[in-house]
Ligand binder design. Structure first.
Ligand code: NI
Length: 398
């Protein structure tokens, strides 16, 4: 095992730079597939560090680079990924590094992920003699914007050249106190699908419903019946969510409209449950519409697959986390229904996606991800970087 104290000491020296980078990125957030300035900032930093084979424009704005160790050894290839995109949110924090791009905000911590990966690049560049093999740095666009940047980068061959054998990624976690590291084996995040149901009826005067086919009534029954897909069709020991979040119809209080549109999100872990959701949602919507004399068109769109961590790689992440924050501060993560496109990397290669506590009540960093007041305790970046460096070096060693 590499010596965690040595890594920590160097990371502590890198911290002012990490904080400056994160704040620069926070001030200049860019939405998914538009991270042009962010990508250029990353490219310049990698170039300064002498990173090899820097490539840009992968999956629109993705950036990759290679760092090869000089120590004799097995010579494996591992990829570490950071997402770079921000969200369409107007920042409400009053800080000196507040977003300069109104309506766009790093409200999920991807600024920290990018800064940490640049920090890892610096650490590894300074310590090439301490490892054998190659680390591929992968700065990914558009995690927040399905179909997302991961799939696009994989299609463009980010896992080849050199052939990648394992992958790591991390995410800030404002639901956990700074100083905690959160790991989980197997499925940790869900598959995220979406549906749109377009109901066509026949509009008319609200006082004469018998001459109409009311799509609002049809939609209301479909919304209620969709809740039975989880409660009556899914194994109670399995997990799934169907949330109908949009019901749009009508304009006037006395006019029965022609159409209604329903939209919702569907979360699952197992492929067979995912298939069941698509089948039952389609059947319920079309058959209820038919029974009531209307028609329903169902569009079911599959989004990110479930995020499934490899057991051995997660054990490695757990050990790395324990070395950094202590065994007692490593939290086992139960699966959650959020989604993440690192899942595409994990479909291709064994890996682990872990979480780094970034909440600090005393300092006021208490707001959740995607909130306009979201901010992190930057100390978390030091824990994240040290754990990542530890995990990568340990993986490359054996
Ligand atoms: Ni995120």
């Amino acid at each position: 095992m590499p010596q965690v104290e040595e890594i920590r000491k160097e990371v502590d020296e890198l911290m002012p730079g990490l904080v400056a980078d994160r704040r620069h990125l926070h001030e200049h957030p860019e939405l998914g597939f538009q991270e042009f300035e962010t990508a250029e900032f990353v490219r310049q930093r990698l170039e300064q560090l002498g990173v090899e084979d820097i490539r840009t424009g992968i999956g629109v704005t993705g950036v990759t680079g290679l760092i090869t160790g000089t120590k004799p050894g097995p010579g494996k290839n591992v990829l570490v990924r950071a997402d770079m995109d921000a969200l369409p949110i107007l920042e409400e924090n009053d800080v000196e590094y507040k977003s300069q791009n109104p309506g766009v905000m790093h409200a999920c911590g991807h600024d920290a992920h990018t800064a940490i990966l640049m920090g890892l690049a610096r650490y590894l560049s300074d310590n090439k003699d301490k490892f054998s093999g190659t680390v591929k740095l992968c700065f990914q666009p558009a995690e927040e914007l399905p179909p997302g940047g991961a799939q696009a980068m994989i299609k463009e061959g980010v896992l080849n050249d050199p052939p990648i054998e394992a992958v790591f990624g991390l995410h800030m976690a404002n639901q956990e106190q700074v100083g905690k590291i959160i790991v989980g084996s197997g499925p940790v995040m869900a598959a995220a699908d979406g549906y749109t149901i377009t109901i066509s009826g026949k509009g008319g005067h609200g006082a004469y419903p018998h001459g109409c086919i009311d799509p609002v009534i049809v939609g209301a029954q479909i919304v209620v019946a969709l809740q039975t897909v989880v409660s009556r069709n899914t194994d109670p020991m399995d997990s799934a969510v169907v949330s109908n979040c949009v019901f749009q119809s009508g304009e006037a209080f006395n006019v029965i409209p022609d159409t209604a549109v329903l939209k919702g999100t569907v979360r699952t872990f197992k492929p067979e449950t995912r298939d069941l959701m698509e089948k039952r949602i389609t059947e319920i919507a079309t058959d209820i519409a038919t029974a009531l004399g209307a028609t329903a068109k169902v569009e079911y769109v599959r989004g990110y697959p479930p995020t499934v961590n490899d057991e051995a790689m997660t054990e490695l992440a757990r050990q790395a986390g324990a070395a950094v924050v202590g065994e007692e501060n490593v939290v086992t993560r139960p699966p959650a229904m959020g989604a993440e496109d690192f899942s595409y990397f994990l479909e291709e290669k064994p890996g682990s996606y872990f979480f780094v506590g970034s909440k600090n009540e005393e300092k006021g960093f208490v707001w959740g991800h995607h909130h306009p007041k979201f901010d992190i305790d930057e100390e978390s970046m030091g824990h994240g970087l040290t754990a990542m460096a530890m995990g990568v070096l340990t993986y490359l060693e054996d």
